[in-house]
Design a protein around this ligand. Structure first.
Ligand code: SF4
Ligand code: SF4
Length: 95
């Protein structure tokens, strides 16, 4: 079975024949990272530290999050040297 059936993104460290951590998140995430692209210096730390490697480059200027797979762990926000990532409660997007 190909892991690409489930995964659009696969980190190099998780290069296995079966899905590891990078599976569809579903509806249980409580917070989501939101990138302030004007404050992003495109250093890539968020992409490096994201455990499931789902930060995406946008127009070679900033990163965004693939929310299908994001677990809301907040590591990207913690590692961002510019505090350009905010963890926002999911409930705030349902109003
Ligand atoms: S860690 Fe912060 S500044 Fe660096 S690319 Fe990610 S969002 Fe931008
Ligand atoms: S919150 Fe966690 S899973 Fe989601 S993009 Fe940031 S580091 Fe990756």
């Amino acid at each position: 079975m190909s892991s690409n059936k489930f995964l659009k993104h696969e980190g190099p460290w998780s290069d296995a024949n079966d899905p590891l951590m990078c599976s569809d998140t579903g509806g249980w995430r409580t917070k989501r990272p939101v990138v302030d692209k004007d404050n992003c210096i495109f250093c890539g730390f968020c992409a490096i530290y994201c455990p499931i490697q789902i930060m995406e480059m946008v127009e070679n200027s900033h990163f965004s999050v693939d929310l299908r797979f994001c677990k809301g762990c907040g590591i990207c926000a913690k590692e961002c040297p510019k505090n350009a990532i905010s963890m926002i409660a999911e409930g705030d997007f349902q109003k």
